[in-house]
Design a binder for this molecule. Structure first.
Ligand code: ATP
Ligand code: MG
Length: 333
């Protein structure tokens, strides 16, 4: 069990409205990512679900029961934070067992649960170490272990990987995805990193200034963003936005085209000059200054030989243009 339904959930701090009416259904077993820029209300929304903040208005239902006024301990959810807050003087085993010990569980049962969680998280060899003797990734796994042993109906993660270096973030995000595959428990994961959202989520909730901009699968948001905000937030490098005459020609206020949907084509209609290029091996990202349009980011092949100042012609792939009106809403094709 782990269905969470939010109905017109609102939160104000000192009269300032921060969460502005959220309606959202999270299905049992789903991996849902809240993504959005800093300050948009991701953590606040997660804390409302956890019960760590009081809801100003609206209803939070967990597994069909109104949980809006329940204290955190009675919601059956487990939260994992960015700072893992492990007890430095306790072994890994004791850290993971902590919530069970607090609940007065018999020692043998505690041991069994801790060992099962350690196995899932590849922590078995480290059970007798102190947190100071672990790497950052291992410490984060201990924090997750402490959540697992509680057998929550949902896990709530608030930017759990942001203290880790880039390579470790990639491997931990795969571990969390695998954990979700094996536990099949609802997970809500907060991040400002759209790559984490795209790679981990069944369903992404894009938040902006306390409101939902769009909810959908990673590919739905990528292929059919509802507005300029989502179009610019999802996808890396960012979608190019073009205004003026070229957009007007397509009946739009703003035209959007992703770097991967622009081809270098001898007979392409957009003529420009190559500026900086970023060679990643797998891809090359070119900044091309296009006549009458401004700079466009273009994804070219990894081994393309183009240099600063070279003249190129570009063409957008058919059917890959996004059109937006003056208010930033997507216009239908
Ligand atoms: N206890 C509080 N009192 C007053 N304002 C608060 C409180 N907590 C959060 N806020 C405000 O609410 C807004 C949303 O904060 P929140 O922490 O939810 O953002 P976030 O999306 O998690 O951002 P980040 O990506 O930086 O973590 C911010 O403007 C913040 O200043
Ligand atoms: Mg936050």
């Amino acid at each position: 069990m782990g269905e969470i339904v939010l109905s017109d959930v609102r939160k104000s701090f000192g009269g300032v409205s921060i969460i502005q009416g959220i309606d959202l259904t999270i299905k049992d077993g789903e991996f849902v990512v809240f993504v959005g820029p800093s300050g948009c209300g991701k953590s606040t929304l997660l804390r409302l679900i956890a019960g760590l903040e009081d809801t100003t208005d609206g209803i939070i239902a967990i597994d069909g029961r109104d949980a809006t006024r329940l204290p955190p301990a009675r919601r059956g959810l487990a939260m994992v934070f960015q700072s893992y807050a492990l007890y430095p003087h306790m072994s890994v085993r004791k850290n993971i067992a902590f919530p069970l010990r607090m609940a007065g569980m018999p020692a043998a049962e505690q041991d069994r649960k801790v060992e099962a969680a350690a196995k899932v998280l590849n922590l078995t060899p480290y059970l007798d170490r102190r947190p100071s003797q672990l790497s950052g990734g291992q410490r984060q796994r201990v924090a997750i272990g402490r959540a697992i042993v509680r057998e929550p109906s949902a896990f709530l993660f608030d930017e759990p990987l942001s203290n880790l270096d880039a390579a470790l973030r990639v491997s931990m995000r795969q571990e969390i995805s695998e954990l979700h595959q094996s536990l099949k428990t609802t997970m809500i994961y907060v991040t400002h990193d759209q790559v984490e959202a795209m790679t981990m989520a069944d369903k992404i909730v894009v938040l902006n200034a306390g409101r939902i901009e769009q909810v959908g699968s990673p590919l739905e948001l990528y292929k059919t963003p509802a507005n300029l905000f989502v179009a610019g937030f999802i996808g890396s490098p960012k979608m190019n936005f073009i205004e003026g005459a070229e957009a007007a020609k397509h009946g739009a206020h703003t035209l959007g085209v992703r770097p991967e949907h622009i081809a270098i084509a001898a007979d392409g209609p957009w003529k420009g000059v190559v500026g900086i290029s970023e060679h990643l091996g797998s891809d090359t990202f070119l900044k091309v200054q296009v006549d009458g349009m401004g700079p466009l980011t273009v994804r070219a092949g990894g081994e393309v030989e183009l240099h600063y100042g070279d003249a190129v012609s570009l063409a957008a792939q058919p059917g890959k243009l996004h059109r937006f009106d003056a208010a930033g809403h997507t216009l239908s094709a």
